[in-house]
Design a protein around this ligand. Structure first.
Ligand SMILES: C[S@@+](CC[C@H](N)C(=O)[O-])C[C@H]1O[C@@H](n2cnc3c(N)ncnc32)[C@H](O)[C@@H]1O
Length: 268
């Protein structure tokens, strides 16, 4: 029922933004013991012999979510660059970028105040900072960043074109936009056109739905257990749906190709 309400709401851009804000604020509230620092569907390698990325023990539980960051942000060399992550959520990705990919700085921004309060309290690494703000009107001067990372957040925005305008504005010349998200199958061509019309060069595109599905399979037990532990019973099925748990309509939509997940590399 709630899933259907979200579905109807998300057809109106303004209501979509409001409902997403309420949803992510609530999610942040549920996680009393700071276990949820990633909120993406993750990425797993289709070839079981693929060399695993090396992670510290404490990061192992978030392996699949981190592998999505590694796939998207690892496409270019971020060493010594000033990186902005838009829609950073609970900061696990920004922290990963700072600790593993050696940029000069990472600034995470999100429109969930609760998530930003959490990040400011939880992370203490030199060069890593967080601020509240909207992807569609970024509170930064022109050409401030060398690279922008954006993972599984853009489907929430009321206007993708506004966001892309902001990306083009705050990126320096030759800077990179490293982007991944899902869309319903019929909206993928539209997304590709929006990227092509953004003024940035589209350097690379990959359909990664299979990798995301594999991650949802590999990580299903952990995700479902966490929801069972944290979410009140009446909301559990809705959370399982949005978490892409096996058997939910969202999971099935990736399986049938009704929804597709893509990653892109663009350059200004
Ligand atoms: C699915 S979560 C992904 C978070 C993070 N990228 C990750 O992979 O863990 C989507 C995030 O986008 C944020 N978001 C949605 N719309 C936004 C907007 N207009 N401006 C800034 N952040 C937004 C949400 O608050 C949420 O934290």
């Amino acid at each position: 029922m709630l899933v259907r309400i979200f579905d109807v709401i998300s057809r109106s851009p303004n209501l979509k933004q409001l409902s997403m804000k309420i949803w992510y604020q609530y999610l942040s509230r549920l996680d009393k013991d700071s276990q949820i620092i990633f909120m993406n569907y993750g990425y797993d390698f289709l070839n079981p012999n693929h060399k695993k990325i090396k992670l510290k023990d404490a990061d192992e539980k978030d392996r699949y979510c981190i592998q999505l960051y590694s796939h998207v942000a690892g496409a270019v060399d971020l060493r010594n660059l000033n990186v902005l992550e838009v829609g950073c959520g609970r900061g696990g990705g920004s922290s990963y970028l700072m600790r593993y990919l050696s940029p000069k700085s990472v600034t995470g921004i999100d429109f969930s105040r609760k998530a930003m309060e959490f990040c400011k309290r939880y992370y203490h690494a030199a060069g890593l900072s967080f601020c509240y703000g909207n992807a569609e009107s970024l509170p930064f001067e022109d050409r401030k960043f060398d690279a922008i990372v954006n993972i599984e957040s853009s489907h929430c925005y009321s206007s993708m074109d506004n966001f892309l305008g902001e990306v083009a504005r705050v990126l320096r010349t030759n800077g990179y936009f490293l982007f991944a998200d899902f869309r319903s199958r019929e909206k993928i061509d539209h997304l590709r056109n929006q990227l092509r019309n953004s003024g940035l060069k589209l350097l690379k595109e990959r359909r990664i739905t299979g990798n995301v599905l594999k991650s949802l399979d590999s990580d299903n037990k952990r995700r479902s257990a966490m929801i069972k532990e944290k979410v009140p019973k009446v909301l559990r099925n809705t959370f399982l749906h949005f978490a892409g748990a096996k058997g939910t309509d969202l999971y099935k939509s990736f399986k049938t190709g009704e929804r597709e997940y893509y990653s892109f590399v663009l350059q200004k």
